[in-house]
Design a protein around this ligand. Structure first.
Ligand code: AMP
Length: 286
């Protein structure tokens, strides 16, 4: 497994793979890899002949009060986790090469970012869109794999790719969970053992709400009222719970098509997000 730090070298490597008729799949990550990331890497290996995993803690997606300085970084253990998976290249550029002196361009997906996490993290999604477009230009992938845990991020990237005619196919991968349902996250390590015990209530509630919708509940206000009550009773400090259109992320008053039910909670030092996609009309469509 080849670790690449230089942007020019990364482009040369991917160009030569593509010239040789191979396909390249990119898995963008910020490191501190867990089984969720590794599932994306395996998926990458199933869609393309060459796999590139980028590890870059992107400063432009963190707000001034956020955890950029303390974000977990451990390249050696990340490399050890990737080694057995048949990854061809790990791209680990330096921030000074990604954002050199004089850097000033930002990509903004103006409407999709203006919901859910974007409301409390005003610079986050433009930082994500910017770095992902840069990573696409540096790694020249045919495919890029993104986790559904960060559903709003997936929609931001899909919209950007469509709007800017980017020639990369976006592959969505389902959320990987702990055995008690908690979505895996590099930030779960911030939880104390008491907080860790409370955290599975997020997904338990989302699953119950999904079941309510699948069995006929359509009124978003009722869904939200049930969900808020359960999360509060579980001792969680709710930042948001929304029922929204799965494409635009606009809130809906009634479930009439596929919806996303998404939540963010604050639990001590951690901010945890999770979501479920719900399409009660699936069977009728099929
Ligand atoms: P991050 O390193 O947190 O920026 O995440 C890198 C990629 O891994 C993103 O596409 C995330 O959505 C994805 N990811 C993170 N956690 C999970 C998870 N539990 N299940 C599936 N994908 C995940």
């Amino acid at each position: 497994m080849d670790v690449v730090h230089s942007v020019d070298r990364m482009r040369e490597i991917s160009s030569s793979h593509r010239r040789a008729g191979e396909t390249v799949a990119l898995v963008p990550t910020m490191g501190a890899l867990h089984a969720g990331h590794l599932a994306l890497v395996r998926r990458a290996g199933s869609v393309a002949s060459r796999v590139v995993v980028s590890i870059f803690v992107n400063p432009s997606q963190f707000g001034p009060e956020e955890d950029l300085a303390s974000y977990p970084r451990d390249l050696q253990s990340d490399l050890a986790a990737l080694e057995p998976l048949g990854v061809d290249h790990v791209f680990n550029p330096d921030a000074s090469e990604v954002y050199p002196q004089g850097y000033q361009t930002r990509v903004r997906v103006t409407e999709v970012e203006n919901h859910l996490c974007g409301l409390s993290r005003p610079v986050h999604f433009s930082g994500v869109a910017t770095v992902v477009l840069k990573l696409f230009n540096m790694c020249l992938p045919d495919y890029a794999i993104f986790g559904m845990k960060d559903y709003q991020q997936v929609r931001v990237i899909e919209r950007m790719v469509q709007d800017l005619n980017v020639g990369v196919e976006i592959v969505r991968h389902p959320t990987v969970r702990e055995s008690d349902g908690l979505a895996m996250s590099s930030r779960n390590r911030y939880l104390t053992s008491d907080q860790r015990k409370r955290a599975p209530a997020i997904y338990a509630t989302l699953k119950r709400l999904k079941n309510d919708v699948m069995t006929g509940l359509r009124d978003a206000a009722v869904i939200l009222e049930r969900g808020r009550r359960e999360l509060t009773e579980a001792g969680l400090d709710l930042e948001y719970l929304n029922v929204c259109d799965a494409g635009t992320l606009d809130d809906v008053a009634r479930v009439e098509d596929t919806v996303l039910i998404a939540a963010a909670v604050r639990l001590g030092a951690a901010r945890l997000i999770d979501n479920v996609l719900v399409n009660p009309f699936e069977e009728e469509d099929a």
